[in-house]
Design a protein around this ligand. Structure first.
Ligand SMILES: Cc1cc2nc3c(=O)[nH]c(=O)nc-3n(C[C@H](O)[C@H](O)[C@H](O)COP(=O)(O)OP(=O)(O)OC[C@H]3O[C@@H](n4cnc5c(N)ncnc54)[C@H](O)[C@@H]3O)c2cc1C
Length: 473
């Protein structure tokens, strides 16, 4: 039987389920079609499970080095089954939470594969959704006034490096490891690659990162990249930049061996496992896009500032539209799409004000333009930088590597970007985000009293440093 809705959302990941909650708040009769589990990549294969593993790795490393703190613990070992069990418990708890939220919002959830149909007896416009139910029951037919496509993404394959789940893995398979490999080659030194490198190294694996560009985390500010590279090397991670992996040379015989061209010469790399981490690919296949006028550009669905596709009643949000593929971006895009279709006149998202985080050890976080981007855009910049070495709380923590860097415009005094690397910076970046949303200038951050001793003092000092007034540096 056909069911009518104000809104049907394809995909119940972070983007989709948050959009559903906002729609329910605005009184829209809403359904989600989800072929896997509510929570999507972020909850089941991304943000949450990876951070749970990172936390266990951090605890292990801290426990091993606990003598530095005057605490003596004998025979510190990792029980990886327990590590995985803890990860699953966290994921399950949050998954149940999302299910509850759907119930609370009276949001119908269809477990199955959704597909957009063209004009039909149900509607003169494309957008009727046929759901192939996971249960095997007859297809459901959903007739919505609006649709949101929030089908997310999956690991991008590297042609020639077929994923076999044993030797060659993506982050999806790596999350299910049953033991820490002795050694791992990570192809790709972007955010996910560096988080895995840091975690596996802290668990005791020998890690080699092969990065094609001339620096790891190449989208971050150059100084942050450089510091991250230094600190990863300090951990014992081998980082090979300007490395062109030659997939055709892959061999798997008890271990993985592969050649990479580095500075004009071929070098061989050998490890127990190889992790491919070269980006994400949007899930656009099988959605019935051919039944619509929806445009796709370089593998991503094209939308306007309110996430409308060429079919103005069909929106698309999250990883499937490319750009910044982050959970908090997906959810904000979902909220804007829902408010737009409900005629709530939302403001478009300013992507320059989105905070980006890397949860390696040490962490990195940023908002706004890098120094290089600011200069390229024609700004005359002034920079304030403050090291965690001069922050009491960082020394107390025993994690004093890294810095806070503020890039500001010399003429207008506007803050253009804030970049941090060091302890707990992912929890501190929101102050910089708020400052930029409120159009604050550096002295206003400096004028805000940062309690002592806290790590956030580094932000206040970096703001003073913009005008050469840092007190402790
Ligand atoms: C290892 C890793 C770590 C990450 N860490 C972070 C982090 O720390 N912070 C951060 O912000 N981001 C992180 N991300 C990125 C984040 O997970 C994504 O940006 C986010 O999940 C995107 O949300 P989404 O709703 O667009 O898509 P997804 O979360 O991918 O959800 C899409 C959903 O659609 C479903 N679906 C697809 N096709 C259909 C269909 N035809 N019918 C029905 N259902 C369908 C899928 O099953 C899936 O559940 C990480 C990603 C990875 C891989």
């Amino acid at each position: 039987m056909a069911q009518e809705y104000d809104l049907v959302i394809l995909g119940g990941g972070t983007g989709g389920y948050v959009a559903a909650i906002r729609a329910s708040q605005l009184g829209l009769k809403t359904a989600i079609v989800e072929k896997g589990k509510l929570g999507g990549t972020c909850l089941h294969k991304g943000c949450i499970p990876s951070k749970a593993l990172l936390r266990s790795a951090e605890i292990y490393k801290t426990a091993k080095n606990s003598e530095e703190y005057g605490v003596f613990a004998n025979d510190v070992t990792v029980n990886f089954a327990k590590v995985q069990e803890r990860k699953m418990k966290i994921v399950d708890t949050l998954h149940r939470g999302v299910e509850q939220l759907m119930k609370k919002g009276k949001i119908d959830v269809y477990q199955g594969i959704g597909r957009i149909l063209g004009p039909s007896i149900f509607s003169p416009l494309p957008g009727t959704i046929s759901v192939e139910m996971n249960s095997g029951a007859e297809n459901e037919m959903l007739i919505p006034k609006n649709v949101i496509i929030a089908t997310g993404s999956r690991p991008r394959p590297l042609p020639g490096l077929e994923i076999d789940g044993e030797y060659v893995l993506t982050s999806d398979e790596a999350l299910e490891l049953t033991a820490i490999p002795k050694s791992v080659i990570i192809v790709g030194g972007g955010v996910i690659g560096i988080e895995w490198a840091s975690m596996l190294s802290d668990f005791g694996a020998e890690v080699t990162v092969l990065e094609y560009e001339d620096r790891i985390i190449p989208t971050e500010d150059k100084e942050v990249s450089k510091e991250m590279q230094r600190l990863m090397k300090k951990k014992g991670i081998k980082i090979i930049t300007k490395a062109k992996v030659l997939p055709e040379t892959l061999s798997k015989d008890g271990e993985v061996s592969i050649l990479a061209e580095v500075n004009g010469a071929n070098r061989e790399f050998i490890a127990e496992r190889l992790l491919v981490s070269v980006g994400r690919q949007a899930n656009i296949e099988g959605l019935g896009l051919e039944n619509t006028d929806i445009q796709v550009d370089r593998g991503h669905i094209v939308t306007n500032l309110y996430y409308q596709t060429k079919e103005s009643h069909i929106y698309a949000i999250g990883d499937v539209i490319g750009g910044l593929q982050l959970a908090h971006v997906a959810s904000h895009e979902g909220i804007i799409a829902v408010e737009h279709m409900s005629e709530n006149k939302p403001s478009p998202l300013d992507y320059d004000l989105v905070s980006k985080c890397i949860y390696s050890n040490p962490e990195a976080a940023s908002v706004g333009l890098t120094e290089e981007q600011a200069v390229q855009k024609g700004h005359k910049v002034k920079v304030g930088k403050f090291s965690f070495r001069a922050v009491g709380k960082a020394l107390v923590f025993g994690e004093a590597d890294g810095f806070v860097k503020i890039v500001a415009d010399t003429v207008t005094d506007d803050i253009l970007g804030v970049h941090m690397i060091g302890p707990h910076v992912t929890d501190m970046i929101s102050e910089a985000g708020l400052a930029m949303v409120l159009d604050a200038v550096p002295w206003e951050i400096a004028h805000t009293i940062h309690p002592h001793p806290t790590l956030s003092e580094a932000i206040g000092e970096a703001a003073l440093a913009v005008d050469g007034r840092a007190l402790h540096g």
